[in-house]
Structures are given as C-alpha cells and as structure tokens.
Design a protein around this ligand. Structure first.
Ligand code: CTP
Length: 508
C-alpha cells in the first residue's frame, strides 16, 4: 500500500503541497473531514507528475474553509510590486468563486495553483435529460457519484487519518490494469461530457476503456449523446482540453471524430500553428499553466465578438477573463515599457515585471520578436529567482538580525545590488551585509610568518545587466521548483492566506 503522505510531499510541486496544507489546516480548524480527490489521487497512484488542478471534497460547507483564506493582503496594492524580496511561502487567494448550485468553491491562488473544494454530494438523476438534484452526502456516496473508478478515490487530509486512501470502487486495481471503468450503466446518459473525458483520458494515459464501459460508450454514441452537452459542460471540457499537455493533439483527436462543433460551433476550422508554438514554450516551462495562452491561440482566427463569447464560455473568474481578452494589448504596453528608460537596470526591470501576471511575460516570450524584450524577461524569470533563493537569511540571523521588517529591508538592498551587479563576489556580499546590519568587520588576524597565498575571490552571484543580452537562454529551463517565484495570476488584488489557529479537530 502506497504511503500517500510521502507521495503528496514528493510528487506534488511545492506550490501545490503548500495549498494542500493550507486548505487542510483550514478544514481542521473547522473540525471538518477533508479529502484530496479525483485526478490528483489518480495521478499520485499511477506515479504521474501532477501539473493540473487540485480537487478536494469536504464533509461540510466549503465556505467554512474559504473564510480562512480571505484575509486581505498586507501592503502591495494592485499593480505594485509585492514585498522585496518576495517570500517563498507567500500565497494569496487571487480569485475565489462559490457555486451554490454545485456546492463547490473554485479558488485561484497567487502561486498559480487552482483548487476546487466541493461539498461531498449525491447527484440524483431522477428525470432523464434533466440536471441532477444535488444532495449533501458522505465521502463514500460522493465517490460513488463520480465518472470513473480511477477518479473515485480519496486521500484523507484530516490530521487523525492523514494519508489514508479511500478506494471503495477499486480504482487502484483499474490503474494496475490500465483500464478506465465507468461506475454504472447510466454514466454517459447522466453526463454526456464523460464521453469526451473518457476519450481524453485514454489518449493522455494510454489506458483502455473496460469492456462494459466500452459497450455503454458505443450505445451513448449511437444516441449522439456527445452533441447534448450543456454550454457549461462544453466550457468545462474546452477548459480541460486547453490544460492538456498538448491541446492541439487532443483537438485533432476530437476533430477526426467530428466532435469539435459539439464543443463550440466556431471550432469547425481550427488553425493549429499558434497552439504548437505554445506547446514548444510549455517544454521550457513545464510547471506553468499555459491555459490562457492556449485559449488565446485557439481563438486566434475568430472575430472579436466570437473570441469574447468563447472566452466567457470557458473562463469563470472575472479577473482571469479580463486578462484573457486583453493579453495582446497588455503585452504591447509592457514591451514598450521594457524598452524605455524605465527599465534601464535589472532592478528597474524587476520592479516593472514583478507585479505583472506571469502569463503576460510568457506571452511575450512566445510572440515578441524584440531581443531587448526577450532578454529582459529571461533575466527576470531565470536569474532573479536564483539570487532570491540564495539571499543570506541565515547569515543575517547569525549576525544578530532577527526575521522581521529590518531583515527584509536588508535583504531587499542585497537583492537589488546583486541584480544590478553592484555586488559580485561573496566578499562584497558579506561586507554589504555587515554594513547594512550595523556589524563591524572582524578584526584581521595578526600576520603569521608563513603567509598562505591569497585565494581568488569567489563570485557571489553573477552580475547580469539585462541589456548585455548574455542571458540568451534558448532551451534553458527555469530554476528548480523551490526557487521559483510564484506567478502573478490575474484579477483582483490577492488576499493573504492566513489560516486561523486550530480548534481541536473532531476525530472521525
Ligand atoms: N468528475 C465526474 N464527472 C464529470 C467531471 C468530473 O465525476 N463530468 C469528477 C471526477 O472524480 C474527477 C473530478 O470530478 O476526477 C475532478 O474533475 P476534473 O478536475 O474535471 O478532472 P480530473 O479527473 O481531476 O482530471 P485532470 O487530470 O484532467 O484535471
């Protein structure tokens, strides 16, 4: 039996793991039973890297969890740089939206992680073709209402049972056999979007539909159920396609089956070149969610009105929608600023770019033909996080500076001076650190007779004026996960995520 605590810590990205813990703490403070469910558990079990959203189920009201996340962010108004240097652990709610119809909250974090927290529910499809009646339920009932057995597993995040796997329909066995099994004969009738989900999953995982599932699928297709998706289901499916690793491949698969217009009438004549460009970018930024860039590429050939309609169908967050519709305009504005005197030094570039949505920078990397723009963005994305990750927090503590505003101020100076190449060697760094901390230089030792040859000073961090274009990193990858600065997703200004202190959780 797998150790899911170990798997979560080792397979989720640090950003995702932070979100799992934040939400689990909030649920625990409310005494709620809380679970990781769906695709994330499937991928953990199968040993896939998880790059998609996180789904959670809670036995209770999701808004009880949301309210722990809504504290406003201290400092840094909209469009202004956040704290300097940004702290690794900082994560804010960028946008959150609760759907009373589905008893479900979608949360978009400042780190770029998306999460859905749904109340455990039953879906009673009493009348064919009509939306289900939604009834709050237990986790076991909730797992049984799901699409496929391999998606119907949960991992408990309650402190008393954290890591315990619930797999009432033996999804684990299906994963071993590489099979996708619908949980009952009416699955595709109740929810025809599962037709698309099944085909998408078979392509992504290389699994086969289980025998009975295949029969139910054929019967659903014979009834043309794939053409009966509601606009909401169409939007969700298109969103899922655009979050696939290679959306063009999935769209081609559906185009070959003649299913594209069942998702949107304007997709009849698709152009794939821009999507392929974004796919190439995704290889360099494997942890970034390029959904908005894929949507932009998908809508490339449409009229303005058609683009708006398509974007509204797919995007549910107002801030994200606004960004999606104005990517090109915002990118043009930003590239003009990047080539102006406002961005003459790397630290100015940092101040200019840090409040920007990360996806805008990736858009410019994909489409800007100006090397000045490309190099400044690459410098910001690749070099600044390296300096940030090596800032001497511990060394400052050893000099008697305690964590707090003073330490952050000193780190800010050290960060910018290294960015601008004013501090290049470890000796210069140590000198600047002592001077800013108000600590005297150690008195040199008295000379001894046999003097050792002085060592060459070692570099602190390479200086990197952004305009020298030495950062042409074609093929380069972003620094390791831990050192990545969280993205700047779109929308209203973030709220700090500050879980309240725990109440004693009730054991199940
Ligand atoms: N689900 C379902 N029926 C649907 C859509 C979703 O039963 N029509 C359930 C499944 O348990 C699914 C979970 O909700 O795993 C989350 O759905 P979603 O995020 O759309 O998909 P994932 O399975 O998480 O897949 P992905 O890896 O593409 O995110």
């Amino acid at each position: 039996m797998s150790d899911y605590n170990f798997l979560m810590e080792s397979k989720l990205s640090p950003r995702q793991f932070r979100v799992v813990n934040l939400l689990a703490q909030a649920a625990s403070a409310e005494g709620l039973n809380f679970y990781l469910v769906g695709g994330a558990v499937r991928d953990l079990t199968y040993g896939q890297p998880i790059v998609r959203d996180l789904d959670f189920a809670v036995e209770g009201h999701p808004e009880k969890i949301l309210r722990h996340l809504q504290t406003p962010r201290p400092g840094g108004r909209r469009g202004e740089p956040g704290p300097v240097p940004p702290h690794e652990d900082e994560v804010w709610v960028e946008e959150a939206r609760y759907s009373p119809r589905w008893l479900s909250a979608e949360i978009y974090f400042s780190s770029g992680v998306r999460a859905e927290v749904s109340q455990c529910r039953r879906e009673d499809y009493s009348q064919p073709g009509k939306p289900p009646e939604i009834v709050p339920a237990t986790i076991f009932e909730d797992l049984r209402r799901r699409d496929f057995a391999l998606n119907a597993m949960a991992v408990s995040l309650h402190p008393n049972s954290r890591g315990l796997l619930l797999d009432p329909t033996n999804g684990g066995g299906d994963i071993e056999r590489k099979e996708i099994r619908a949980l009952h004969s009416r699955s595709f009738i109740d929810d025809p979007s599962r037709i698309f989900r099944l085909v998408r999953l078979t392509q992504r995982l290389g699994f086969k539909p289980e025998e009975k599932t295949e029969t139910w699928l054929r019967s659903a297709l014979a009834q043309q159920l794939q053409n009966r998706l509601t606009p909401e289901q169409q939007g969700r499916e298109l969103e899922a396609i655009l979050r696939e690793e290679n959306p063009a491949r999935t769209l081609k698969l559906f185009a070959d089956r003649g299913w594209l217009t069942a998702l949107d009438r304007n997709l009849a004549r698709l152009r794939y070149e821009r999507l392929q460009k974004i796919h190439a970018l995704a290889q360099k930024f494997p942890e970034d969610d390029l959904f908005l860039l894929n949507l932009d590429a998908l809508a490339g050939g449409l009229s303005a009105a058609q683009r708006v309609r398509l974007a509204k169908k797919i995007i549910r967050f107002p801030g994200m929608l606004k960004l999606a519709l104005h990517l090109e305009r915002e990118a043009k504005k930003l590239s003009k600023h990047l080539l102006s005197s406002r961005a003459a030094s790397p630290s100015q570039v940092w101040r200019l770019l840090s409040p920007q949505p990360r996806i805008l920078l990736l858009y410019l990397l994909a489409y800007s033909g100006q090397s000045g723009v490309q190099n400044r963005i690459k410098h910001y994305l690749f070099k600044a996080p390296q300096i940030q990750a090596r800032l001497p927090r511990l060394e400052l503590q050893a000099l008697g500076v305690n964590p707090g505003p003073k330490m952050e101020e000193i780190l800010g100076h050290l960060f910018f001076d290294q960015l601008d190449g004013k501090i290049k060697t470890s000796q210069q760094l140590s000198k600047a650190m002592r001077s800013l901390a108000g600590v005297r230089e150690p008195t040199p030792l008295p000379p001894t007779r046999t003097r050792a040859k002085p060592k060459k000073s070692s570099p602190a961090t390479p200086a990197h004026p952004s305009d020298q274009h030495e950062t042409d990193q074609a093929g380069a990858r972003p620094p390791g996960r831990a050192s990545q600065k969280p993205g700047h997703p779109p929308g209203t200004r973030p709220h700090a995520v500050t879980p309240r202190r725990k109440k004693s959780p009730s054991a199940r």
